[in-house]
Design a protein around this ligand. Structure first.
Ligand SMILES: [Zn+2]
Length: 455
């Protein structure tokens, strides 16, 4: 669209200003880059404790993808998506420090997210062999993780170099395979299927076009664990999110499709269990993203306003030793592992931390969209809590960003019990207190005020 004022018309007549200066300039400059992060050597896989050997084959490649955004005022932000279980602060923060020195990026300008696949490599910078693994396996995991850090730095720097004029727009679709997994049974809450339970089935889609209206990149989300593939799977695979990205990129050659995970802490895909089902969910999600791309989308304009902070989340007092000893002997899942870590600490005479600092990033796009990047495995209740705190519209809540330290249950989930109440599994050991919910929401609101989302 051309906005020709009398001044512009006069200037044009005099050939005083170049043509592009009056032709409704795009609000943004966007650059994108990707890198293959498929492990090249056999590694132990992340996500299911029961797997006892490295992966056996690569079924789909894994990627890290970066999207660099710059508004008209030169404010820059970079979002990185990864087909991985999740980056702990120990892995993510050194990458951010390098980007600070090499690209002058402040912490609020970076969001590092993961799709939380359970069919990718274990990540660790600690070479101590654990869980019955050989020293060589632990060493290979450290080597992979160090290389990953280099690749994350590189992909961000390349995305920044590629910034070109772009327009943004967004809309939302639906993913019907998203299922609450907290099943109530006479013996308590189990990991199962709860069709009456809350789940976020929205599929937010951000469309990135060149000034000519040609699609260049897509960022989309869904709100369920990438656990279609279960513990019997020894194949490297991006699960439904990987198949969905491939679907979109197949329909739009040359376009970079990127996936961010929502508040999926208590949600699994439904059904689940085979590679065929993972492909089906990926195709369904990819198809829905393509449908939304062609629908009427809302423009997303600048300016970009960014905030980053840490919610000081309170932890419970440690359970008594007898309870921990019982938990440590139970079978399966995280609980025995966490209980044993706590017992080891007690044996060493160490105190447990009283709080955990959970990073939060909030990105405000003009008056059009707020992207909230929570850390940890956040349960679905926080979607409603954030809608209440910030208003429900033009809001994109994501989780699994910057530090995947463990589950972040709501007060409701904590009172009911179940798998998602098992606390931290990296960066410290402990169980969240019910008060953590209000502390987290208050911190998001504070950051949302800072960026002008709420007053
Ligand atoms: Zn999980």
């Amino acid at each position: 669209m051309l906005r020709i004022t009398r001044f512009v018309a006069a200037s044009l007549a005099l050939h005083l200003i170049p043509l592009h200066a009056w032709a409704d300039d795009p609000d943004w400059k966007v650059g994108q880059a990707h890198v293959k992060i498929t492990p090249e050597h056999p590694l132990f896989m992340a996500g299911y404790a029961s797997r006892n050997r490295p992966f056996e084959k690569v079924t789909t490649d894994l990627y890290a993808k970066a999207l660099a955004l710059e508004d008209r005022n030169g404010h820059v932000a970079v979002l990185v998506t990864t087909d991985l279980i999740g980056l702990s602060a120990a892995v993510a923060e050194p990458v951010c420090e390098r980007l600070a020195s090499k690209a002058n990026l402040k912490r609020e300008q970076i969001l590092l997210s993961s799709s939380h696949i359970h069919t990718g490599p274990t990540l660790s910078l600690d070479p101590t062999p654990r869980d019955g693994r050989a020293a060589g396996d632990a060493q290979r995991t450290v080597e992979y993780t160090r290389r990953l850090q280099d690749q994350l730095e590189d992909v961000v720097l390349r995305s920044l170099e590629k910034r070109e004029p772009a327009r943004l727009a967004w809309g939302s679709g639906v993913a019907n395979f998203v299922m609450n997994r907290r099943e109530f049974t006479p013996s308590g809450v189990i990991l199962g299927v709860n069709a009456r339970g809350p789940a976020d089935r929205s599929v937010p889609v951000l469309r990135i076009d060149g000034p000519d209206g040609k699609l260049r990149a897509v960022l989309f989300g869904a709100g369920t664990h990438n656990t279609t593939l279960t513990d019997s799977c020894y194949e490297i695979c991006g699960d439904y999110a990987g198949f969905a990205q491939t679907h979109v990129e197949g329909k739009h050659p040359g376009v970079q499709a990127m996936f961010v995970l929502g508040c999926a802490g208590d949600s699994n895909p439904y059904p689940r269990g085979t590679m065929e089902i993972a492909k089906d969910h990926g195709a369904a999600l990819g198809k829905e993203v393509c449908r939304v791309l062609e629908s009427k989308l809302q423009p997303v304009r600048g300016p970009l306003s960014l905030a980053f902070g840490k919610a000081d989340l309170p932890l419970q007092e440690s359970p008594p030793r007898a309870v921990l000893e019982k938990q440590a002997k139970s079978k399966g899942g995280l609980q025995p592992w966490i209980a044993q870590q706590m017992l080891d600490r007690l044996d060493r005479g160490e105190k447990f931390p009283t709080h955990y600092e959970a990073p939060i990033g909030v990105w405000q796009f003009g008056e059009d969209l707020t992207l909230v990047g929570l850390s940890g495995e956040v349960v679905v209740d926080y979607v409603a809590l954030l809608e209440k705190a910030l208003g429900p519209n033009r809001l994109w809540p994501t989780a699994y960003c910057n530090d995947v330290f463990g589950y972040l249950p709501s007060a409701r989930v904590l009172s009911e019990g179940g798998y998602e109440t098992r606390g931290l599994y990296s960066g410290g050991i402990g169980l969240f207190d019910a008060k953590a919910q209000d502390v987290l929401v208050a911190k998001v609101r504070e950051l949302a005020e800072k960026v002008g989302r709420v007053k």
